[in-house]
Design a protein around this ligand. Sequence first.
Ligand code: DGP
Length: 210
Amino acid sequence: MACKRGALIVLEGVDKAGKTTQCKKLVQALQQCGRPAEMMRFPDRSTTIGQLISAYLEKKSELEDHTVHLLFSANRWEMVPSMKKKLEQGITLVVDRYAFSGAAFTSAKPGFCLDWCMKPDVGLPKPDLVMFLQLSPSEAALRGQFGEERYETSVFQRAVQQKFEQLMKDPSVNWQVIDASQNIEGVHNNIMDHSLNAINTAQNQLLGEL
Ligand code: DGP
């Protein structure tokens, strides 16, 4: 019998919501209960395209807004062959940001509509589950200062949050909102429950496309 495919699980949210910490904990917990799992993150700064993005985020270079949007998308597309291979091998992928960050961050800039922003990612593997780590801007501020990178201001993050709220209205995506104001273990337990459900469901379903 062919092996059952892994699930594509995405964590989204504004900065300081705890996505990276929770992705790592989820992968560890899944592995400990015998479910093969690996973490990925976007942007993946290790590739040639990723290095262009990284320099832009660190404000070491300037790029036209449409251009950088397409680079972020290309950075996801370049990973698709390896993502599909791993999923087919039964490995669950836990992904720190995906196409939804792409649409939310660019459409938060003046002159961009959400519809245009989503187009380059149409056809990417569709996540079986997208968890949005919800944290109010005031709670995020209590978690410390933003860094120096582009986009790390509370005004921009609030605009991004509103765009995510629009994206979450799409019923064709399995969105789950997680209260990220709980302690780390509380958030993890919620995430683990949703993930185990998604892994079980994905086993009997074909991988979809965005
Ligand atoms: P991170 O490494 O998770 O801190 O992400 C880097 C920054 O890039 C963060 O501010 C979110 C933003 N970002 C992530 N994906 C995209 C994307 O596809 N498009 C745009 N414009 N920004 C993105």
